[in-house]
Design a protein around this ligand. Structure first.
Ligand SMILES: Nc1nc2c(ncn2[C@@H]2O[C@H](COP(=O)(O)OP(=O)(O)OP(=O)(O)O)[C@@H](O)[C@H]2O)c(=O)[nH]1
Ligand SMILES: [Mg+2]
Ligand SMILES: [Zn+2]
Length: 360
C-alpha cells in the first residue's frame, strides 16, 4: 500500500499513523497492507486496517531493522493478504518508537504491555490509599519505555477535598503533570483529551478498580469497556478488564485500556529510574563519588538530604530498592541474552528498541 500523498491524510491517521510509522513503512514487504494491533489475545491479534478490522494468528515477524517482534497491542504490522479465503498473515512487525514493558510472572522474560505509545496515564483512584511505590514504579516503566507519563487521579467526586491527595501524588512525580478527574461527573476530562490530540496514543496503567475502563468509556463516549464495582471496605478491584484494548477516541487519539496488573516488575530500568527520580539525580551530582550508591559511601549528598529532611527518607528507601531490582534484572537480562545467543533463531522480545541509546 502506498503512503498518503502530500497534504493527504493517511486512512489510519486517526489510529495513530504518523511520520514515525510512515518512515518505517517505506521498507514494507511488497504487496502487504498496513494495520495496527488493537488487541492481542490467546494467540490471535485483532487488527485495524484502513478497510476495517479482522483477526490474524499472532506470529513473530521481523522488519528491515533485522529484529523479530511478537505483535502486541499498539504495534503496526504488515499483513500479507489472504489467499483462498484464509486469514491474512502477519508478514512484518514495524520497529517500535516506544514500548512499555515489565518482567513476566516468572521473572525471566520481558513482557511487552503496549507499544508505540506517546503517553502513559498512571491512574490512581482517590477511593484507596496511595501506594507511593506503585506510582513511582509506573513512572519508571513509562520513562524507560520511551513514553511521557501523566498522573491521573480519578474519582474526585468521592472525596471532599482532593488537594492533599493531589499534592501527595505530585511529590511522588516531580516534573510530571497531575490531572484530577471524575469520570462519573465528567469533570477534568479536557486535559486528558489534550494529551491524546490529534492522533497520539496513550496507555492507562493502574490498579484494578482504579477506574481505567470507566474513564475510557467517558473519553470514547460509549460503553465499550466493561466496568465493575470495587470491593466494599478496601476498594479493591475485581480484575474486570482482562485484555489490552486499543480504542479510538472521537476527539482525537487512541487509548489503550489495560487490566489492573498486580505486579510491575522491572526488566530494564536504569534510564527510567533517573527520569522518575530527578530530585535524587540532582542531589547525586553533589556526592563525592560519581558512581555513589547512596548507601554507605562517604560524602553522599543524597543521604545527607534524607537525614536533613529535605528528601523523604521513605522515597530514598524505595528508590534504593528499585535500583537493586533494576540491577538484578540487568543480570537476568544478560543471562537470557547469553542463552538466546546459543540458540540462534529464538525470538528476542527485548528487541523492540529501534536505535541504541536515547529513544525519545
Ligand atoms: N464515584 C466514582 N466512581 C468511579 C469513578 N470512576 C470509576 N468508578 C467506579 O470504580 C469502579 C471500578 O471502575 P473500573 O473502571 O471498572 O476500574 P478499572 O481500573 O478498569 O479496573 P480493572 O479493569 O479491574 O483493572 C466502578 O464501580 C466504577 O463505577 C468516578 O469517577 N467516580
Ligand atoms: Mg478495567
Ligand atoms: Zn550518594
Amino acid at each position: 500500500m502506498a503512503g498518503a500523498g502530500a497534504g493527504e491524510r493517511h486512512p489510519l491517521h486517526a489510529w495513530g499513523w504518523d511520520e514515525r510509522v510512515e518512515r518505517w513503512w517505506a521498507s514494507a514487504p511488497r504487496g502487504t497492507i498496513a494495520a495496527r494491533v488493537v488487541r492481542a489475545d490467546r494467540g490471535r491479534v485483532l487488527l485495524q486496517a484502513a478497510s476495517g478490522t479482522f483477526t490474524a494468528p499472532a506470529r513473530a515477524a521481523g522488519w528491515s531493522d533485522g529484529a523479530e517482534r511478537m505483535p502486541t497491542t499498539g504495534d503496526w504490522v504488515a499483513v500479507a493478504p489472504a489467499d483462498a479465503g484464509g486469514p491474512g498473515t502477519i508478514a512484518g512487525v514495524l520497529p517500535r518508537f516506544s514500548a512499555v514493558t515489565r518482567v513476566d510472572a516468572h521473572g525471566q522474560r520481558e513482557q511487552v504491555l503496549a507499544t508505540n505509545v506517546d503517553s502513559v496515564l498512571a491512574v490512581h483512584g482517590l477511593d484507596r490509599p496511595l501506594r507511593g511505590g506503585r506510582l513511582e514504579r509506573t513512572l519508571v516503566l513509562a520513562w524507560e519505555g520511551g513514553a511521557q507519563p501523566t498522573v491521573v487521579a480519578t474519582k474526585t467526586d468521592l472525596v471532599d477535598d482532593p488537594s492533599p491527595a493531589l499534592e501527595a501524588l505530585a511529590a511522588l512525580a516531580p516534573g510530571v503533570e497531575v490531572l484530577a478527574v471524575s469520570a462519573h461527573r465528567g469533570t477534568g476530562l479536557d486535559p486528558i483529551r489534550e494529551v491524546l490530540r490529534p492522533n497520539r496514543t496513550a496507555v492507562m496503567l493502574g490498579e484494578s478498580g482504579a477506574g481505567k475502563s470507566t474513564l475510557t468509556n467517558r473519553l470514547v463516549g460509549e460503553e465499550v469497556q466493561a466496568t465493575r464495582g470495587v470491593r466494599a471496605g478496601d476498594a479493591k478491584g475485581r480484575h474486570t478488564t482482562v485484555t489490552r484494548d486499543l480504542l479510538l477516541v472521537p476527539t482525537g487519539g487512541v487509548l489503550i485500556d489495560t487490566p489492573g496488573l498486580r505486579g510491575l516488575g522491572l526488566w530494564e530500568a536504569e534510564e527510567g529510574l533517573a527520569l522518575a527520580f530527578p530530585d535524587i539525580e540532582e542531589l547525586a551530582s553533589g556526592c563525592r563519588f560519581r558512581d555513589c550508591g547512596h548507601e554507605r559511601e562517604p560524602g553522599c549528598a543524597v543521604r545527607a538530604a534524607a537525614e536533613a529532611g529535605s528528601l523523604d527518607p521513605a522515597r530514598l528507601a524505595r528508590y534504593a530498592a528499585l535500583r537493586r531490582e533494576a540491577q538484578e534484572a540487568g543480570a537476568r537480562r544478560e543471562a537470557v541474552a547469553r542463552r538466546e545467543r546459543r540458540r540462534p533463531g529464538t525470538i528476542t522480545q527485548t528487541a523492540w528498541r529501534t536505535r541504541p541509546g536515547r529513544r525519545r
